[in-house]
Ligand binder design. Structure first.
Ligand code: UD1
Ligand code: UDP
Length: 345
């Protein structure tokens, strides 16, 4: 049994680290890095920190428009798939690398397995929502992180090949959540005394008013901001400076990031994955979006959706102090093992 796994963007390296070692115990894995993310801080640091094996192929797709990036990955991946002849192609999440992997496999009549299937924000202006819907509808095996994801698929008529395995990012949060990190010391931070910011969604970064409004709302707060290269590029383009109190740093490795989230007063973010990490560590999450695919965290009262509205961001910074029970289920920390068992069966 040969599995061809496709990764390319930061969260996919983290997700693959929960699955790949288990796949390698029971079948053969060919690991393909699409090259969507390529800076050391966006890619190499995760391969090193999470002991991911070196990719067998790097497609070096790099950055570009959606069509250009997806197209480059698709045409290069097709060549690899034709020569490797895998029994199944494993894709993760909702990026352009996911979409290209799904299309490549489906067109070559190679079964597709999708890790993190069934998530929906119900916002089709988000590129990720298109990627998710298409990937799910051409997938043969759909690995859901939550019961909500299973219900979303059923509502679209997708019930065959659906497996509720839990969230692979819960596996990794459990595994690395208590790992030693020097992040706080290195940055001179005190536990519970800073806000952690991540912002990289085009709806926030590519609109000057939105990014400006977020920065203004955070002005004067003690904020640490590991900045995504997209955001740094747009700040330069808009001539937008970090506000008073905000420290812009390079993106950090996974263990450092978990430690920064865990010890923050609150997380302010538009990330998908980080919303859950805040939930896992019982840290308030202020989400700079109008919707989320991780609705459970909002329903339980640990996450509040504020978009880029300055007033709502301020109100949340001042008043949002969740304490409630956590009822959401993201599996039992063994999602990766379960996926490997099903894929390699
Ligand atoms: C992508 C995913 C998004 C995911 C995010 C994770 C899509 C459509 N989007 O968004 O779902 O949440 O990754 O971080 O697939 N850049 C660099 N160096 C890098 C990578 C990117 O400088 O190593 C810059 C380039 O200017 C590039 C921009 O960041 O144009 C955006 O990168 P891209 O991969 O297209 O999208 P992300 O915003 O990273
Ligand atoms: N992350 C990280 N370093 C950073 C920023 C994020 O390790 O500087 C981790 C974060 O903890 C989460 C994942 O990257 O596990 C989320 O990635 P991102 O926000 O880029 O993508 P999304 O989840 O929104 O698709």
């Amino acid at each position: 049994m040969k599995v061809l796994s496709v990764v390319g963007a930061r969260p996919q390296f983290i997700k693959a680290s929960a699955v790949s070692p288990h796949i390698r115990k029971s079948c053969r894995e060919v690991l393909v890095h699409t090259g969507q993310h390529y800076d050391y801080a966006m890619s190499g640091v995760f391969f090193e920190g999470l002991n991911l094996p070196d990719p067998d192929y790097n497609l070096n797709a790099g950055s570009g428009g959606h069509g250009q990036q997806t197209g480059r990955i698709l045409s290069r991946l097709e060549k690899v798939a034709v020569s490797e002849k895998p029994d199944i192609i494993l894709i993760y999440g909702d990026t352009n690398s996911t979409l290209a992997g799904a299309l490549c496999a489906a067109k070559l009549h190679i079964p597709v397995a999708h890790v993190e299937a069934g998530l929906r924000s119900f916002n089709r202006t988000m590129p990720e929502e298109i990627n998710r819907v298409v990937a799910d509808h051409v997938s043969d095996m759909l690995f859901c992180p939550t019961e909500g994801a299973v219900r979303n698929l059923a509502a679209e008529g997708v019930t065959r090949g659906v497996h509720m395995v839990g969230d692979v990012m819960y596996d990794t949060a459990l595994k690395y959540g208590n790992a030693k990190s020097r992040a706080l010391g290195r940055l001179g931070l005190r536990r519970g005394a800073y806000h952690l910011l991540t912002v990289h969604r085009p709806a926030n970064t590519d609109v000057r008013e939105s990014l400006g409004s977020i920065f203004t709302a955070l002005s004067g707060e003690d904020v640490v901001f590991p900045a995504h290269p997209r955001t740094v590029k747009m700040m330069r383009r808009f001539g937008l400076k970090a506000p008073k109190g905000m420290r812009v740093i390079e993106p950090v490795g996974y263990v450092e990031m978990l430690s920064l989230i865990k010890n923050a007063k609150a997380l302010v973010t538009d990330s998908g994955g980080a919303q859950k990490e805040a939930y896992f560590f019982r840290v308030p999450c202020i989400t700079l979006r109008e919707d989320t695919e991780w609705l459970e965290t909002v329903e339980d009262g640990w996450n509040v959706l504020v978009g880029s509205d300055g007033k709502k961001i301020r109100a949340a910074l001042e008043n949002f102090r969740p304490k409630g029970k956590q009822t959401a289920r993201f599996g039992d920390g063994h999602a990766g093992e379960k996926i490997a068992k099903l894929v390699c069966a």
